[in-house]
Design a protein around this ligand. Structure first.
Ligand SMILES: Cc1cc2nc3c(=O)[nH]c(=O)nc-3n(C[C@H](O)[C@H](O)[C@H](O)COP(=O)(O)O)c2cc1C
Length: 370
């Protein structure tokens, strides 16, 4: 048991060229507050992120790289001047409060819905319904069969990530994180169930990973490896087309091993999200995820999912992680590092207004002294 004032989570760390005051990251959290025609962040976003600036590093909510990437309602983007201006106010507020913030770059692929694009099916690797739910402007709907991306669209998508990364730096972000995991576009290419392509983007693991590495190289060329991080790994909800299979682990091992070729800022690695006991990922349950991939990856690992203060300190002390990202705890505790420092109780998330357009449930969680 760590004494409150002697916690690895509270030690500083250097990520890329960023000196962070502690090892507590705020995990990316979609909050659906960009309910405006520009899909631009507002003053509400600036207040929300500034309130959480005592995190060593804030990873922004997923931000769409282009109109084609949009597949979740009221989520902000990073392709237009209005969006860059909006994010500029956010990063300025975070920096004024002493924080650091990177932009998570997102493309939902087949997790989108025809409702976002005048009835047109969303883009993905192949015409395979991921059998998930899409959060559309009129509520959750079942996903549909997507349309396979052609080579031009793949090239455009790679360029869209490059533009979004450039815009992120123009907007004052300290770096970017590619959303390379979960059920979204890159995992749709990596997953043998959702990628049936026979061109150079399908088949072998090298081919299935080509889009991810094309994007990674473009982003690295645009903003520098020291300002580029990635969220990737084998974790899914184990539902629909995203039930782990015989290729899942080897695919993630290939990707994470190859990340060593770049001197990236960080790898955000999710621990298990579902019961893995009867799956090919059974050995990755609990700390197994971090133990397994620590052996593959030489850079900084940010561990995530269901981690509390005690376990977070233990993971860092054991060398299994360099930082820990907290998602749900940061929704309800804007001053999470202070609470950890004095081992104060944590407030609980009020779920009905986690998603929604107003300040309620967003910027009204008090800090401890209040
Ligand atoms: C409300 C909510 C929104 C989320 N939005 C995102 C997102 O935009 N991008 C992402 O990569 N993960 C997202 N996640 C996943 C979190 O980043 C994190 O992985 C998850 O909450 C587990 O961490 P925790 O147990 O500390 O909450 C979201 C999770 C929640 C609860």
């Amino acid at each position: 048991m760590n004494k409150p004032n002697n916690q690895p989570l509270l030690e500083p760390i250097r990520l890329g060229k960023l000196d962070l005051s502690n090892r507590i990251a705020m995990a990316p959290l979609t909050r659906m507050r960009a309910a405006n025609p520009d899909l631009a962040p507002t003053g509400l976003h600036a207040d929300y992120y500034a309130q959480r600036a005592s995190a060593g590093l804030i990873v922004s909510e997923g931000i769409f790289v282009s109109p084609d990437a949009v597949g979740w309602a009221d989520v902000p983007g990073l392709w237009s001047d209005a969006q860059v201006r909006g994010w500029g106010a956010v990063t300025e507020a975070v920096h004024r409060a002493g924080g650091r913030i990177v932009a998570q770059l997102w493309h939902t692929g087949s997790l989108g819905h025809p409702d976002f694009d005048g009835g047109k099916a969303p883009p993905s690797a192949s015409a395979v319904n991921p059998e998930q739910q899409s959060v559309t402007p009129t509520g959750k709907k079942e996903t549909v069969v997507p349309r396979p991306m052609d080579k031009d669209e793949i090239r455009r998508t790679v360029a869209d990530f490059g533009r979004a990364a450039r815009n992120a730096i123009a907007a004052g972000f300290d770096g970017v994180q590619i959303q390379g995991g979960y059920h979204y576009l890159f995992n749709q290419f990596l997953n043998i169930r959702t990628n049936l392509r026979t061109d150079e983007y399908g088949g072998s693991v090298e081919n299935r990973a080509r889009l991810l590495f094309d994007v990674l190289e473009t982003v690295v060329d645009t903003v520098g490896a020291h300002r580029t991080g990635i969220k990737t790994g084998p974790v899914t909800l184990e539902t629909g087309a995203f039930v782990s299979n015989e290729a899942t682990l080897a695919t993630s091992e290939y990707v994470i091993d190859r990340l060593n070729d770049y001197d990236l800022s960080h790898l955000l690695l999710m621990g298990q999200m579902a019961d893995l006991s009867a799956t090919p990922l059974a050995a990755l349950a609990g700390d197994g995820m971090f133990r397994h991939f620590r052996a593959f990856y030489r850079g900084h690992i940010i561990a995530n999912v269901g981690i509390d203060r005690t376990r977070g300190n233990r993971l860092i002390e054991a060398g299994l992680a360099d930082m820990v990202a907290f998602g749900r705890p940061f929704i309800a505790n804007p001053d999470l590092p202070t609470r950890f420092a004095i081992d104060a109780p944590l407030a609980e998330v009020v779920w009905p207004n986690v998603y929604g357009p107003t300040a309620e449930g967003y910027t009204d969680y008090p800090v401890l002294s209040q």
